[in-house]
Design a protein around this ligand. Sequence first.
Ligand code: MN
Length: 143
Amino acid sequence: MKTMSREEFEKQNLFGTGMENTAFAKFFVGQSFLNPLTKPEDGLFLANVTFEPGCRNNWHIHHAVKGGGQILVCTAGEGWYQEEGKEAVSLVPGTVIVIPAGVKHWHGAKKDSWFSHIAIEVSGEGCKTEWCEPVADEAYDRL
Ligand code: MN
């Protein structure tokens, strides 16, 4: 359900908002939050990522030599996912997005709602994320 209210959103956000995502702030427009759900040494790293209304990450690519990529499991609020050259896809709780390695994309909140997804790092060899340019305001505002 869309909401602009942080207090209302916290009731929906079952996997927790966590701390301000300072480590990756330079690759985001707006404020994001990170709540790790597992540790990397557990073998599969899961984190609930929360975006304030209008917040999105820059275009980026999850590179891998073998395997890799990312899976998004949408958990609260509403957001967008877009691959380069394709229409943006609306994200609601229950939406699952499989992002193959090597595909340029971005993900984030709608402009009128908080949003969270669990991000799953798919195991692979030589996994490395390449961060590119921000999503243009003109393109985002048209969504
Ligand atoms: Mn991604």
